[in-house]
Structure formats: C-alpha cells, structure tokens
Design a protein around this ligand. Structure first.
Ligand code: FES
Length: 205
C-alpha cells in the first residue's frame, strides 16, 4: 500500500445492536487479513509461464470440511477455498437480487462461468477481497443473527467496511458498493485431487 493511501473506514451506524455487529465483523475481517499473512501453503513446482506471472500455490481440498473454508496466500492475496454443502449449493439456483447473476463482468475464468462459479460445484475458489475497496468479507451463514443482512438471508459473505453482500458463489447483491462479483483466480485440479491456484491448462500453451 502506498504510504499516503488510507484504509477504508467502517461505516458505524447509530443503531447499537447493528453497530456492535459491524464492529465485531470488522474485527473479524482484520483478524482474517492478519491471518493470511501467515504462510498457509505447501511448496510447488510452477510452470515457467506461471513463474513469470507469479508463482502458483497448491493445497489439498480434502482438508476442507463441508461448510468450512481455508485460506491460501497467493500473490500476497487471500484465496478462499470453501467446500459448500448441498444446502449451500441449493441456495444458488434462482437466487434473487443479484447484480450480475450470470457473471457477465467476467470475474472468473471460462470454466467457472456457471451458477456455482467453480470447476467442482462443491469447491468454491475465490480471492477473499471485496471488489469495492479491498476489505476482507466475512462468512455469514443462514440463520445468522447479524442484523446487517435481511431476515431471509440464505448465507454468503458480508463485507463489514461498507455493507456489500455476496452469495455463496461470490455474486454481489444489487445496490451495494461493490461493483462486481468476487474474483475467481485461475486454478485447476491435478490427477490426485490437488488444487493448483494461479494456473490452469491454458498455461500449458
Ligand atoms: S470494501 Fe467497501 S463494501 Fe467492501
């Protein structure tokens, strides 16, 4: 970050309950950002093209339990790997109120241009940075008591900085500050199931 650049400040509403939630969520976002400073990933053997672009990283998605998420650092960014449950996936079809439900803004590779925005429906791989001003969203599951999301919230991600909300495919809801869906990075699965983030089969050319 440039020394003169300032971080976006959370909007603190007057309602005490919502304020408490936002501040708590904001702290979680900061904690998540701090956590990604720790190297998460194992070593790798990047292709020459990938090396030129910035090394790829690998992880074993079998380590991610259903409904949970792990964070991998790639090019200094947190990349989330979430294993969505059938219930989470079921929320994606026909989700209402999305700004770009078909991902026309091309925030993902072609192989992730589908409703679940992933190669394998259950495994969601995305850069965990809000497309508004770069804060770290937090996961809010269905049934959360967080008053920042509507009562019919079906689960997804919430950015505590300015209130952007995303579904479990990282698709942003309408009328939120974030202009686009969360970014899906290049990735692919190797024969043994290893997830490689940062390159795909187009790198073989
Ligand atoms: S950084 Fe502003 S809503 Fe996420």
């Amino acid at each position: 970050m440039h020394p003169t650049q300032t971080l976006p400040q959370p909007v603190v509403p007057s309602d005490p309950q919502r304020r408490t939630w936002l501040l708590t969520s904001s702290a979680m976002g900061v904690a998540a950002t701090a956590a990604v400073a720790v190297p998460f990933v194992s070593s790798f053997a990047p292709s020459e093209r990938a090396r030129a672009q910035g090394a790829s990283v690998s992880m074993n998605p079998a380590d991610v339990a259903p409904g949970e998420m792990k964070t991998v650092e790639w090019r200094g960014q947190p990349v989330w790997v979430m294993r969505r449950t059938p219930e989470m996936l079921a929320t994606l079809d026909g989700m209402q109120g999305l700004a770009d439900p078909d991902s026309q803004a091309k925030q993902q590779p072609a192989y992730a241009a589908n409703t679940h925005r992933s190669i394998k429906p259950e495994l969601f791989v995305t850069v965990g940075i809000c497309t508004h001003l770069g804060c770290s969203p937090v996961t809010l599951k269905q049934g959360t008591s967080n008053p920042s999301v509507p009562p019919d919230w079906q689960g997804g991600f919430f950015c505590p900085c300015h209130g952007s909300t995303f579904d479990f495919a990282g698709r942003v809801f309408k009328n939120k500050p974030a202009p686009t869906n969360l970014v899906v990075p290049l990735h692919k699965y190797l024969a043994d199931g290893t997830l490689l983030i940062g390159e795909d089969d187009s790198d073989a050319a």
